[in-house]
Design a protein around this ligand. Structure first.
Ligand code: C2E
Ligand code: CA
Ligand code: CA
Length: 567
């Protein structure tokens, strides 16, 4: 335990004193014993009788020493030289030193060199000594604490909170100036970490920090580390950040195994009426737009982006009301079994639509990813599943039959501990068979948290639900992994159909996918099939089930009845 440890509980004063370490440097027997007697039940004491011993002890215990009490007259060295040594060494300089002296001349000099206090000889009353010791230690600890919270430990830059305060201050001094807010991220930092280890990655961060600091020293501005591998810069406006990016990455890459690459988001000529944090959030959103780009390293925040964000916020705000007002409708898109001579209706996929009273019809491609990021997807999906289940019941009642309906289960839903119970209740409440509901789970869900998902999916399957792996081919599951997954059908990602039937016409991937489904003995479903040619080719290649505009777009429930009746 030492005084650098700020994170834990603050022990009370008694307890703290007992734990603190003091080095006493004193060659005279009587003085030494006196100090020992005064202090030994309150502090842990280290004793040095010569200058050499003292320096050795300070170096050895520098990170746990709370105080040095230093006699100026020693047999081998002058105490002031020891003091100088301590105060000039960056590792040691934070340790407070109280000088013990009978000579008033040295008092001033020792304070100038950096002593925190002095105690004159002959010694004053014990209470005075104890009070001075306590005060020196406290002062130095408070200073450590301020430094520790103001600065990021690793890079020595401001941390985020203090940065915002300094940025406000910066504004005060540069009222008339155009200012830019920058967010700088290291590309693939996670990979650097994994590949070269934490120590190396720390060096990368330090060098980038230093590079940014050098840049603002030259041109003005302030820097901080926002978090992990993200830095922020607030600086005078400039037009060209390409060369800035060049300089900074070059500085940061010096001596490293490869050139690191950064992406910089710029919110140019900030609107000083908006919140400081928000300015950097806007810069960050610009940086995020080039997250996966290899060729672009600078993105400037623009209004289109802003409008997109405002739109997204609007959708989030409107969600609850939309749910209670039933603005969400479930459409159904037929799936056809193409193995027989004439295709046979074999099921449907439930796809949600949002009829927004002011914004019109909104595609799930827009709002699903948004709701997945905000935990709203669970409520929406529960609603869609309920609607789908109730619809199957109605068809069974009015037409005497229905087809299995597959519903989309988002990867976020898989984290819901009540998922199985919810689905089971739907089946019970609507008096359905488990086979009436198929569950589409996207491939990437499996690769993210395989073990957990496999466990849940296996349970659902044991109940009797059929599981379809959605967007197959878009994730990165290995063959090895797929062969162990609990699934009943593969649903090929639409992109495969697109590429197979594009101008270059690469159908090899399609063939391989079909071979995989054959190996696993599960049917292959192709979606996004738009033309007769595509359908016939797929049929010839051995694809089992087809969904797509060729047969029908997703349609409202009443319209879907037509397919059921034809069946
Ligand atoms: P998905 O599950 O891959 O659904 C297939 C998408 O392809 C649907 O888009 C469908 O309308 C569209 N599609 C079907 N046939 C064709 C075709 O021949 N050509 C073309 N170009 N497109 C076709 P949609 O309805 O816009 O849904 C987009 C995505 O939103 C879905 O992709 C799914 O991931 C998600 N989604 C839709 N409804 C729900 C839902 O209720 N819950 C969840 N979690 N996600 C949903
Ligand atoms: Ca789907
Ligand atoms: Ca899909």
């Amino acid at each position: 335990m030492n005084n650098r440890n700020h994170a834990g509980r603050m022990p009370d004063l008694q307890e703290r004193n007992r734990m603190r370490r003091i080095l006493i440097v004193e060659d005279e027997f009587v003085n030494r014993e006196l100090l020992k007697a005064y202090l030994e039940d309150k502090y842990e004491l280290l004793i040095a009788e010569t200058g050499a011993e003292a320096l050795e002890a300070v170096r050895k215990h520098f990170d746990t020493l709370s105080l040095v009490m230093l006699d100026l007259i020693l047999p081998d060295m002058h105490g002031l030289d020891i003091l100088r040594e301590i105060k000039q060494d960056p590792d040691l300089s934070r340790i407070p030193v109280i000088v013990l002296t009978g000579d008033t001349e040295s008092e001033v000099e020792s304070l100038n060199i950096g002593a925190s206090d002095f105690i004159s000889k002959p010694y004053p009353r014990v209470e005075v000594i104890l009070a001075r010791i306590r005060r020196s230690i406290e002062l130095s600890e408070n200073r450590d604490l301020i430094r520790g919270t103001e600065l990021d430990q690793l890079t020595g830059l401001y941390n985020r909170e203090y940065f915002y305060r300094y940025a406000e201050q910066y504004d005060l001094y540069h009222r008339e100036e155009d200012t830019d807010a920058l967010v700088v991220d290291i590309n693939h930092f996670r990979l650097i970490n994994e590949r070269y280890g934490k120590a190396y990655a720390d060096v990368v961060l330090q060098q980038l920090g230093a590079g940014l600091l050098a840049a603002v020293k030259e041109n003005g501005g302030i820097v901080c580390r926002r978090e992990a591998d993200t830095f922020q810069v607030y600086c005078p406006h400039r037009e060209d950040y390409e060369s800035f990016a060049e300089e900074v990455t070059a500085a940061a890459s010096e001596g490293l195994k490869g050139r690191i690459r950064t992406r910089i988001g710029v919110y140019s000529r900030v609107d000083k009426s908006i919140d400081m944090e928000r300015r950097f959030d806007l810069a960050k959103s610009a940086a995020d737009t080039i997250r996966n780009s290899f060729s672009v390293s600078v993105a400037v925040y623009d209004n289109a982006l802003h409008e997109k964000e405002v739109y997204a916020e609007r959708l989030l705000d409107d969600f609850q009301e939309a749910l209670t007002q039933k603005q969400f409708t479930v459409f159904f898109q037929p799936k056809y079994d193409i193995r027989p001579e004439a295709p046979v209706l074999s099921g449907a996929e439930a796809l949600v639509r949002w009829k927004h009273p002011e914004l019109g019809m909104i595609s799930p491609g827009v709002f699903i990813p948004l709701f997945e990021n905000n935990g709203l997807i669970r409520d929406l999906d529960n609603y869609v599943w309920r609607e789908a289940a109730a619809q199957i019941r109605r068809w069974k009642d009015t037409l005497g039959h229905a087809v299995p309906v597959s519903v989309n289960v988002s990867r976020i839903d898989m984290l819901d501990p009540e998922l199985t119970e919810t689905l089971r209740n739907l089946v019970k409440e609507n008096r359905l068979e488990y086979g009436d509901l198929h569950l589409e789970i996207t491939e990437s869900a499996y690769t993210q948290d395989a073990e957990h998902i496999i466990q849940i999916v296996s349970g659902l399957r044991e109940l009797g639900f059929k599981i379809e792996m959605d967007d197959f081919g878009s994730g990165y599951s290995s063959l090895n992994m797929i062969s162990t997954l609990p699934i009943d059908a593969l649903k090929l990602d639409m992109l495969f159909i697109r590429t197979a039937f594009s101008e270059k016409g690469n159908i090899r991937m399609l063939e391989i996918s079909l071979e995989i489904s054959r190996c696993l003995s599960v049917p292959m479903i192709a979606e996004g099939v738009e033309t007769e040619e595509q359908m016939l080719t797929l049929k010839r290649m051995g694809c089992d089930i087809v969904q797509g505009y060729y047969f029908s777009k997703p349609v409202p429930a009443e319209e879907f009845e037509r397919f059921l009746i034809q069946n």
